[in-house]
Design a protein around this ligand. Structure first.
Ligand SMILES: [Zn+2]
Length: 216
């Protein structure tokens, strides 16, 4: 089960329910405190002005709210591109010095434009289209609540409905949408909640040169 960035630290009890709502069992859960750094992103005015349309938001919400039955994924996932992590998950974002109220719901990996992007696990392509803010986007349902998205792509090689295998090339790195240069922003959702992709793959940070611990 996912823990959302906004969930408060503390002790929780989780209930396991049958289809009819009857309580089958319960378990104790502790959410520990963490802190996320703040990052300012410098954007050109015409890039900062990009906003999602209601249609874009509806398409993405429907994708996030779908949990399909068949599990196509296995742990660990493979990295979609080989580059180091420029910006980690959970960072509080400012645009040109102004707080946005948004957090970084994925990670950014360094990559030149045109590098192939690989599916991190097998699954079914649900979205393959350009969005104003996200740019060229592919979204894959890997089954049983695990979904990934790949943003700012230059070129998409897959279409909705396609089955992809782990490692299959789904498109190429770009800087489309609200991006200040070529990189790959990708997202892992568990049951519709964005979680830290670095709990699923081992990647180096660009700043420290150290490998991030795999903590899942
Ligand atoms: Zn990003």
């Amino acid at each position: 089960m996912p823990i959302a960035v906004a969930d408060a630290p503390g002790a929780y009890e989780i209930d396991f329910l049958a289809d009819d709502g009857a309580k089958l069992a319960s378990a104790k859960l502790t959410i520990r405190a963490t802190s996320f750094p703040t990052q300012n992103v410098v954007l050109a005015p015409q890039i900062e002005a990009l906003h999602s349309t209601p249609e874009d938001i509806a398409t993405l919400t429907e994708f996030r709210n779908t949990v399909s039955d068949v599990k196509y994924w296995e742990d660990p996932l493979t990295a979609p591109v080989p580059g180091c992590v420029l910006s980690p998950f959970g960072v509080k974002r400012l645009h040109n010095g102004k707080p946005t109220g948004e957090f970084h719901a994925g990670i950014d990996q360094r990559s030149p434009a045109g590098r192939p992007i690989h599916a991190v696990a097998a699954g079914t392509v649900k979205i393959a289209q350009p969005f104003a803010v996200l740019g060229g986007t592919v979204a894959i349902d890997h089954g049983q609540g695990l979904e990934t998205m790949y943003l700012h792509m230059a070129k998409l090689l897959v279409a909705p409905g396609a089955h992809v295998e782990k490692g299959e090339v789904i498109g190429y790195v770009g800087a489309t949408g609200r991006a200040n240069g070529p990189h790959l922003h990708w997202v892992v959702d568990v049951n519709g909640v964005p979680v830290n992709p670095q709990q699923w793959v081992t990647l180096k940070s660009c700043s420290s040169g150290k490998t991030q611990p795999k903590t899942k």
